[in-house]
Design a protein around this ligand. Sequence first.
Ligand SMILES: *[C@@H]1O[C@H](CO)[C@@H](O)[C@H](O)[C@H]1NC(C)=O
Ligand SMILES: *[C@@H]1O[C@H](CO)[C@@H](O)[C@H](O)[C@H]1NC(C)=O
Ligand SMILES: *[C@@H]1O[C@H](CO)[C@@H](O)[C@H](O)[C@H]1NC(C)=O
Length: 370
Amino acid sequence: MSHPQMVAGLASRMDCPLLLLFLLCALTVCVTPQPIAESCPERLVGDERKRTCPRPCKTDQDCGSKRQCLCDGQCGLSCVAPGRTCPWPLPPREDATARLLSPTHSFSALLEVRCKPGFALPSGLDATIRRCQGDRQWSGDEPICTESALPEPTISSPTCLLPQEVTSAFAIEGTAAVGAAIRYSCLSGADIVGSSENYCLENQTWQYPHPICKKVYCEPPPKVLQGYVVAVQKTEYEVGFDIHFLCKKNFRLDGPQKVTCLSNGNWSAAPPSCRARCLIPAERSRVMIDGVKRWPFDITDAMVPHGENVTFFCKHPRKQCGFGAAQTCFDGELQPPACYLEPTWLQYKLFPHRLVSEIEACADGDVETF
Ligand SMILES: *[C@@H]1O[C@H](CO)[C@@H](O)[C@H](O)[C@H]1NC(C)=O
Ligand SMILES: *[C@@H]1O[C@H](CO)[C@@H](O)[C@H](O)[C@H]1NC(C)=O
Ligand SMILES: *[C@@H]1O[C@H](CO)[C@@H](O)[C@H](O)[C@H]1NC(C)=O
């Protein structure tokens, strides 16, 4: 309920002239509900442009028989004829309605002028109260109601707009009020592209454009030679995406079987390699593979997988005994140890029991001493 509405409601319920006068006072200048003669203001000479004040007085004796010394608003104590009336009814208006708040329209009666819906007074209020003066005029200027542009001006402090696409991507610290600052952080944990702070300017615009969250992708992993990537081919992979690797037949995976796209845009590991198997560089000598002594021709393709250890047999330089020397297959490369001598075809055919891989093994001490 607005102030004038409240006053009007009170006034119509409590038809008491004293109360009305007091309310009028509250609306204009005076404050305390003192006896009228004492609370009446001094005549304000400077403010008389719109009205003629009746003769000033101090007591009824100053006014003759037909008039009384009464408080006439800003005219102060004046000689007025209490039965004199102000214009009523008033001609109908398009912008406002007028109604009496007093039983009569005589001296000191109150009149409410209320703007019609959609109209307002220059003050922004929708009603005003006028008093019947001693000069038979309603107090104040004729109120003019004009069409109000907005239903209600917003009273809350002005803010800058934060669009939904911004609030859904960022955690925002601070407030979007004029003069305040905010700080952005990407909800995804990604890096910010742009200013991570912003200021709401006087004209309710942001000082900087809103930043963006860098979308995190992993680049396609490097090609794995002799292998396959088990994943849909893409130009970029989202965080959390797994890529599996397989090697072609006869190649062995060296590294992770799977990599995952991490939130920093890196893969969880370097991609693996597919390593080639090695041809055993011996034909007429047994070798030890996986703890088993075997002829190379008994092994499929005479090859061992990448990473396999192959123990060759070498002859002791001074004794009739053999000892093992291990070599590891690395990606197709398997060199025989320097001490290994491939037996000739004749040695192999004629004296198979004298082949180094078949003679007595050297005692541990023998091998260490040469
Ligand atoms: C708001 O104010 C800033 C700085 O005072 C100015 O650069 C900007 O152009 C203004 N924006 C609008 C929409 O008026
Ligand atoms: C991603 O990997 C590269 C190369 O290994 C490394 O230099 C970089 O620091 C990594 N980035 C992050 C954010 O860990
Ligand atoms: C081969 O030998 C090396 C060193 O002796 C050892 O670390 C590795 O585990 C062996 N590899 C295999 C497949 O047995």
